[in-house]
Design a protein around this ligand. Sequence first.
Ligand SMILES: [Fe+2]
Ligand SMILES: [Fe+2]
Length: 284
Amino acid sequence: MILEQEKKFFIQDMIEEVRLEAFPQAANQILKLLNDENVSIFNLSKVASHDTYIAATLMRLANSPFYGVKNKITDLMHAISIIGLDSVKRLILTISARSIFKDYDVFDKLLWEHMIAVAIISQTISFKFNLFNENISYVGGLLHDIGKTVMYKSKQIHYKSIVEKVNSSTNMLSINAETDVYGFNHCDVAKEILNLWNFDSLIVEAVYLHHDKTFTEGNLGKLAAIINFSDYVANWLSIGRVKPYRETPLQNLESFNYLQIPINDIEAFLQEILKRIDLLRDIF
Ligand SMILES: [Fe+2]
Ligand SMILES: [Fe+2]
């Protein structure tokens, strides 16, 4: 077991080494918008119009069959009004986060799909069962495994061997393999990088605790449990894994019981989630 301080230095060194894309500036601006209820369609269209990719994606989405609009939408403000302010904010944040996965190899693709799925599931259950602020849940879900990206890109460790181990098994989560081999895991790394990026401490801590099995009272416990449960759902559905992980039935999870999620028909719930993810998958 390596010393706490040694571990911290090693992780900080790794973060410096991999130099992830400049996600935080754009993200912090958008996070502010996400929490600001007074943001107007006009304000948002101004932010979106600075980025041609974001603007084009919003137009494409507003014109997709999902919204069923008959006449072609050609104006950005109109597109935003169709999609809805909150969805647009989440979309812009997600597109900004996408820049982290610039190289986009097979591992990046799987992880990105997983992170988007956990974001969507976190947001959906928060809203549907009135558990927590859906936007904060979305952000937590989207970033929860960011530590894996750093570990994978670092040349100081051989993360590929962890990926291979996990991918060939049905009963292993990467967190266990990481801790066994390196003495730290992607939650430790996430905590460092999100702090470095000045993320809100609630999000940092909840992401850090997303593999815990006990959850404290209050917002932190709630958000950590939401991410934990959503992560299990994604793993259950094999989103971001080569083989599904189904060690514990979803209803037996500590997070499920802690949150007292009122799902009776888990199959119907999973189908609904899959449908939602499929609808949004193509957009990113
Ligand atoms: Fe994780
Ligand atoms: Fe995960």
